[in-house]
Write a protein that binds this ligand. Structure first.
Ligand SMILES: [Zn+2]
Length: 123
């Protein structure tokens, strides 16, 4: 499993920056704990519409082997670093981890159809 996180560094003075990408690769990841419930819309694979799914707000996982690849588009360098868990993610990263873990344990993402939504006209 691979989880990508992005972070933009911008130098206000020189008006230049770059978006760093941190990709963490996990071999045989396992979920240690989850906290909170966040309802959200997610798209998966070839499905045309998004599904309503429940994700934890934070998730802690561990893996047999983990590696971080940091890509810098400004210096064109990819630095690799072996890292040890456990790893805690929250917010967007936690949703991504939970989504990918669901693929590893089952196959399809389970959720409610987007068509469950109803329009509500505000006064
Ligand atoms: Zn998916």
């Amino acid at each position: 499993m691979a989880i990508k996180e992005k972070m933009t560094r911008y130098d206000e003075e020189n008006k230049i920056g770059c978006t760093l990408e941190k990709i963490t690769l996990f071999l045989n990841p396992v979920i240690l704990s989850e906290e909170g419930t966040v309802y959200r819309l997610e798209k998966c694979g070839n499905k045309k519409e998004r599904d309503i799914v429940k994700r934890p707000f934070s998730i802690t996982i561990d893996a047999e082997y983990s590696l971080i690849a940091s890509l810098n588009p400004l210096t064109k360098k990819i630095s690799l670093k072996k890292v040890k868990g456990p790893f805690k993610f929250s917010g967007s990263s936690a949703y991504g981890v939970s989504h990918e873990m669901e693929h590893l344990t089952g196959d399809e993402i389970s959720g409610e159809s987007f068509f469950e939504f109803e329009y509500e006209l505000e006064d």
